[in-house]
Design a protein around this ligand. Structure first.
Ligand SMILES: Cc1cc2nc3c(=O)[nH]c(=O)nc-3n(C[C@H](O)[C@H](O)[C@H](O)COP(=O)(O)OP(=O)(O)OC[C@H]3O[C@@H](n4cnc5c(N)ncnc54)[C@H](O)[C@@H]3O)c2cc1C
Ligand code: SF4
Ligand code: SF4
Length: 1024
């Protein structure tokens, strides 16, 4: 099982892009490496810049990027680099938060090719995988066996096993499962000189047999391990904090505990003394000791069920004081959410209702989860917890007779319980709800991750939080406190502007003071996210000079010339790591977009605010099967970083801040390689935690490109599709026949670049508007109507698919709505907007607003059938026009099913269930998903009597005109193939989709028997 794209979209002969820029830095290095290895090596500007960042605050341009396909490739690259002392950096998803995947090095991206699950052994409960395997994908494959890779980092559906080993990752359930190291059985690894070896469990005798301080690299590693066990074990035992979660420095406490056969701080038994697992020494080494090319990991059973309680407190301090007694109840997770995050959640439409369930005065919550054998067991555990910690709450179950009783003081105001999956998921989503809002700040001040990952003994949490707050106050800033209270790992991201010297002082001052506090309280600087550029410098403070030297010696033993990700975990005295260096935004940072933006950006702190918004989390690299949602279809099709929202956002920011040549953002190459492949689906505007709106940025860049270079004939044709459609309809059926003339499509491809494999839309001789006028207007009199609606004749409905318009009129009238269809209007401006003709789109927007505003003022609603046109009124007009009338039009506009659902108009309709016997597979339009409006059609179809399977699908790949453009045909097909698979897996007998482009694409799928109908047509078909 592997994660190869279904086809390489750039391999199409018509594709003019290759995901690279034409200039190559260090071509000799690329040539040399290409002779030695079989995999691709890139050193062009775009590729290097794309790998200059991760999810941290850091940025450093690498030397080159390689995409290894085999262990031999990795060995070849290392051998070459070792001879020349060129640094090398292994990388998974690049989701690290401390900067450990940012270095001046040859980056090895394992997620492209070395992502195979090689073997699953359900009986032995192990899996053998390549390092680029995404954890979410592994767990999907394990699900049929009721097994899982237990450590659950929150971003597991975007991060890889190599990264989990590199960071020794874990997640919310570390109380039960511990960290990644507990699950590494053995690894194949490539050493710094290119030697391929295996690490796993070894006895002391085997270590001694292999150890030789004067031998080859491997022998020297064993010699150093033996030395540490003999000379430093006592020191390690005394110095390492007694914590369940500590990933600062090297994993020496486990090494020593295993050697002594002692129990680890988390309670894990280590087995027979004098045996150590050296593969586990690589856990948390952040790519600095060796490069993992294959790993065998052990697996855990998926729990039967879970139970959750949400304990409510008057403040964070009260909540912190409860953590220790709660742990006596053996929960799987204890997570905290403070007042700032609760307030942010209260303001959201999604979580407002949940927060309303919290008792008045709740300013902090602890989410406590139990794993349970069955529902009754779950209730019993929650009841035991509540009887002890919140006796006033009326628990649903009865506590076990032996449930723990802890201290007498009860601090919780009240508690909520959740047993069903949906309710539990809502509580977990609440816990995670505020962070995206925190990360959506478009100001220069950002919530920076640099001291966000401390681990503190739970008993010390109240003191820690109080003193941390004082430190923040002393440094004139604030932060929120959230995450894994159970193991003492609080995520705290102070608000800092690193573009100023004051900000840099805050960064250093806070980190210095907090690390002092951590050491004083027996904690660790990093409990989960690793050292990286942000925290490596504090390891000496944490562990002392002697162990710091041990770290240096261990590093030297593995990597004599310090070429493996140098400067992380430990540094050389002559090359120290400083958390203030290599920041993405520093006082030297200068932004200049090179042009005046055309759209409204006031809500985003200017276009610059949006260009700088992406924080690099890699959320846009999730797969359809595991992450779901829309973002980002082009990445899912190609698995190229440049086609992910992150890649585009990074490239755009770098092109506008001097990291690339000035003016690069509107150069031919940048537009073609970076912006052109964004299909403008708006998935990122809703799925990205920071709500990066790449479609809007693309519109700006394309507009400026047109201003400077003019637009192609094809772009102008697509922008004017309303006029073309009008003529197409007038000349129908002749116009339809024209494209069937032999050779016509080939000619269109050769002259205009329209894909000859696509069938073009056909036109109806009688338009929707004409049909409505011919029938004599609405059959429901205005005075008898519940509501009155303007059914907008959007271009596609009016000229190509009047059937959907007719269906809408019939259904609305059946629901008692008086309708009208305006004369003249037929274009919302969507095609011009998508193609970057922003002035034209604005003119069209003004015409529509002028024509429709009086009707809106008179109480008419505006109903639009084509989803992207509805969203144009509802959302994009506000980017084009800053006027009250545009806002009023936006507020009065509905997609047709949204309209029926929002006012429950369809409930007045009698449906005939004889017409609804075929079950449906529903694919929503991405623009409706971006505005959270695609669920309406499902509700209406179900009430009409249909059985509906709504797909969690992305964009169809057609994306307006994108799929018609010859050079984009293969990308469009590759995106579509993801949707086709979902359709094939669905039980629905018919496919239904509201969007014209989606329906065209779905008609092209190999098993299609019809062009899918629109939902409104099926609702109309069910009218009795
Ligand atoms: C929103 C968000 C939430 C997060 N939540 C969590 C969480 O709950 N728990 C948690 O632990 N982390 C969390 N993280 C941090 C990060 O996602 C995890 O540490 C993750 O496991 C890193 O995996 P990756 O594939 O992205 O690795 P990368 O970031 O690419 O690499 C991580 C480290 O591993 C090294 N590495 C990668 N591949 C190899 C290899 N083949 N051989 C040797 N070394 C290698 C790299 O050099 C680097 O030092 C979060 C990050 C984000 C953005
Ligand atoms: S675009 Fe959004 S999801 Fe993607 S990396 Fe940036 S912030 Fe994360
Ligand atoms: S608009 Fe769509 S294709 Fe473009 S970056 Fe966002 S999610 Fe990706």
């Amino acid at each position: 099982m592997s994660l190869e794209p279904s086809a390489d979209p750039a391999a199409d002969r018509r594709a003019t892009y290759d995901y690279r820029s034409s200039d190559v830095d260090r071509p000799a290095l690329v040539d040399d490496l290409m002779r030695l290895v079989t995999c691709e090596i890139r050193a062009d500007t775009y590729s290097r810049q794309l790998y200059a960042t991760d999810a941290s605050a850091y940025e450093l341009t690498p030397i080159a990027v390689a995409f290894p396909e085999s262990t031999a490739d990795v060995a070849g690259i290392l051998e070459y680099c070792a001879e020349r002392e060129i640094p090398v950096l292994p990388r998974g998803g690049g989701t690290s938060l401390a900067g450990q995947t940012v270095n001046r090095a040859v980056v090895l991206d394992f997620t492209r090719h070395m992502n195979e699950i090689l073997e699953i052994d359900p009986t032995g409960r192990t899996a053998t995988v390549q390092p680029g395997t995404i954890l979410g994908t592994l767990n999907e494959a394990l699900a049929p066996h009721d097994l899982k890779f237990a450590p659950d980092p929150a971003w597991g559906d975007k991060s890889a096993i190599g990264g989990a080993i590199g960071n020794n990752s874990t997640g919310a359930h570390s109380l039960t499962y511990g960290k990644t190291d507990a699950y590494i059985e053995s690894v194949e690894a490539v050493l710094a000189d290119g030697t391929v070896t295996e690490f796993g469990a070894v006895t002391r005798d085997e270590i001694d047999d292999r150890a030789d301080p004067d031998g080859d690299l491997e022998a020297r590693i064993y010699a150093e391990v033996a030395r540490i066990l003999d000379e430093d074990a006592e020191l390690v035992d005394e110095t390492y904090p007694d914590l369940k979660r500590n990933v600062s420095g090297y994993n020496l406490d486990r090494l020593v505990a295993e050697y002594r056969g002692e129990t680890l701080p988390g309670g894990e038994e280590t087995g027979e003394p004098k045996t150590v697992n050296l593969a586990r020494l690589l856990a948390g080494s952040e790519g600095t000791l060796a490069i993992v090319t294959e790993a065998t990991v052990s697996l855990e059973s998926v729990p039967e069920t879970k139970a959750v309680s949400l304990l409510c407190y008057a403040d964070l301090h009260q909540a912190m004081a409860e953590v220790e007694p709660i742990l006596e109840h053996d929960p799987a997770a204890v997570e905290v959410l403070d007042d700032v995050l609760l307030d942010l959640a209260r303001e959201t439409a999604e979580f407002g209702p949940v927060t309303e369930m919290l008792p008045e005065g709740t300013n902090a919550v602890l989410l406590v989860e139990f794993y349970a054998d069955d529902a009754a067991h779950g209730r019993e555990q929650v009841a035991g917890l509540l009887a002890d910690r919140c006796p006033d709450a009326a628990a649903e179950g009865e506590p076990a007779a032996d449930a723990p009783r802890t201290d007498d003081e009860h601090r919780a105001i009240d508690a909520l319980e959740a047993y069903e999956k949906e309710a539990r998921t809502t509580f977990w989503k609440l816990r995670k709800s505020g962070l995206p809002i925190l990360l959506s700040r478009t100001t220069d001040e950002k919530h920076i991750s640099f001291i966000e990952d401390t681990a503190i003994p739970p008993a010390q949490l109240p003191t820690f939080v109080e003193r941390f707050e004082e430190i923040l106050e002393n440094h004139d800033t604030y932060a929120t406190f959230y995450a894994h209270a159970g193991p003492g790992v609080l995520h705290v991201r102070p608000l800092i502007n690193t573009k100023t010297e004051v900000g840099l002082d805050q960064l250093h001052g806070i980190a210095d003071a907090v690390t002092d506090l951590v050491v004083e309280l027996g904690g660790s600087v990093s409990g989960e996210h690793g050292d990286g550029r942000a925290r490596t410098q504090w390891n000496r403070k944490l562990y002392g000079d002697e162990l710091w030297e041990t770290f240096q010696e261990l590093k030297t033993a593995f990597d004599p010339d310090w070429i493996l990700n140098p400067g992380q975990v430990v540094f050389r005295e002559d090359d120290p790591t400083d958390l203030r260096e290599h920041l993405r935004f520093d006082p030297d940072y200068e932004f200049d977009s090179g042009f005046d933006p055309e759209l409204e950006w006031d809500n985003d702190n200017g276009m610059q605010g949006m260009v700088e918004l992406c924080h690099g989390c890699g959320g846009c690299r999730g797969e359809q099967e595991t992450t779901g949602g829309v973002m980002c279809p082009t990445y899912r099709a190609s698995r190229e970083e440049i086609t992910a929202t992150r890649g585009r956002a990074n490239a755009l920011r770098q092109a506008m801040s001097g990291e690339m040549d000035r003016g690069e953002a509107v150069s031919d190459e940048f537009v073609e390689e970076v912006m052109d492949l964004c299909i403008g689906c708006k998935g990122c505007a809703v799925d990205c935690p920071s709500e990066v709106d790449m479609a809007k940025l693309k519109a700006e860049v394309t507009h400026e490109y047109h201003q400077r270079n003019g637009a192609s004939l094809r772009d102008r044709l697509f922008a004017n599709v309303a006029t073309l459609s009008k003529w197409g309809s007038r000349l129908a059926p002749l116009s339809n026949a024209a494209t069937s003339v032999p050779g016509a499509r080939k000619l269109l491809e050769a002259t205009v670049g329209i894909d000859s494999n696509r069938s073009l839309p056909t036109f109806e001789p009688v338009t929707f508007r004409e049909w409505f006028a011919n029938r004599g207007g609405s059959r429901i009199a205005e005075r008898e109507a519940k509501r009155k609606a303007v059914v907008y004749p959007d271009t596609y409905t009016n000229y190509s698919n009047p059937a959907a318009g007719k269906a809408a009129v019939r259904v609305l009238e059946a629901a008692g709505v008086h309708v009208t269809v305006p004369g003249e209007l037929d274009d919302t401006g969507r095609p011009a907007f998508s193609k970057g003709f922003l002035e034209k789109a604005r003119t069209t927007a003004r015409e529509n607003v002028a024509a429709l505003s009086p009707l809106v003022a008179d109480g008419w609603d505006v109903v639009v059938i084509e989803p992207s046109d509805a969203v144009m009124f509802q959302s994009d007009y506000l980017d084009l026009l800053s006027s009250d009338s545009a806002e009023r039009l936006a507020g009065a506009t509905y997609g047709v099913c949204e309209y029926l659902d929002a006012f429950r108009l369809d409930e007045a309709i009698e449906f005939d269930d004889r017409s609804t016997d075929r079950s449906l597979t529903y694919h929503g339009h991405c623009h409706q998903k971006a505005t959270k409006k695609d669920h309406h059609a499902v509700g209406v179809l179900r009430r009409a009597g249909y059985t509906v399977d709504p797909l969690d699908s992305g964009c169809c790949g057609m994306a307006g005109s994108f799929g018609y453009e010859a050079e984009h045909g293969s990308m469009s097909d590759a995106i579509a193939s993801i949707l086709y698979e979902q359709v094939a897996d669905s039980d629905g007998e018919r496919v239904v989709a509201p969007g014209a482009s989606c329906r065209t694409q779905l008609e092209n799928r190999p098993t299609a028997t019809e062009k899918p109908p629109t939902p409104i047509e099926l609702v109309a078909a069910a009218l009795s």
